[in-house]
Design a protein. Structure first.
Length: 149
């Protein structure tokens, strides 16, 4: 499992960096934060589409009953979720860290559900460009809904 996680990190961290570069192409801090969330979600979709075996291995793996994830794996997860927490901090600056962490995981779960159902054609068959548009639309709506006045 750790080997697959390391592959995921080696692929997604550069994708996240590229997403941030593209998202920061001008605009307000909120606009950049929203673009960042969209770019990260679509980067995640691209990872799942291009590396389906590794992607499925991450989520299909089950630990034996009573065994917890290793601490270093949890630290790697936290590091990945910080890519979501940073733009969320811009959209919700007063949100306590624990709530921001939970919100990042909830946003990821929503995007993951769209990616999973979309790529597997569970609800509707969508070509990848249309799925990318739908992911962007939903993540954008969530991001705009999170903006504080």
């Amino acid at each position: 499992m750790i080997g697959v996680t390391q592959v995921w990190i080696s692929i997604t961290v550069p994708m996240a960096r590229q997403a941030l570069i593209q998202a920061e192409a001008g605009g307000s801090r909120r606009t950049i934060a929203n673009r960042t969330l969209i770019a990260l979600a679509n980067g995640y979709l691209d990872f799942a589409a291009e590396h389906g075996g590794h992607w499925h291995a991450l989520f299909d793996f089950r630990l034996p009953d009573g065994q917890d994830l290793p601490e270093d794996h949890l630290c790697q997860q936290d590091a990945l979720f910080q890519h979501l927490e940073a733009p969320l901090a811009v959209l919700q600056p007063g949100l306590p860290l624990s709530e921001k962490s939970l919100l990042a995981r909830s946003l990821f779960s929503a995007a993951h559900g769209m990616v999973l159902l979309g790529l597997e054609g569970k609800l509707v068959q969508l070509p990848l460009p249309y799925l990318r548009e739908q992911v962007a639309l939903v993540v954008s709506a969530m991001g705009r809904g999170l903006e504080t006045p």
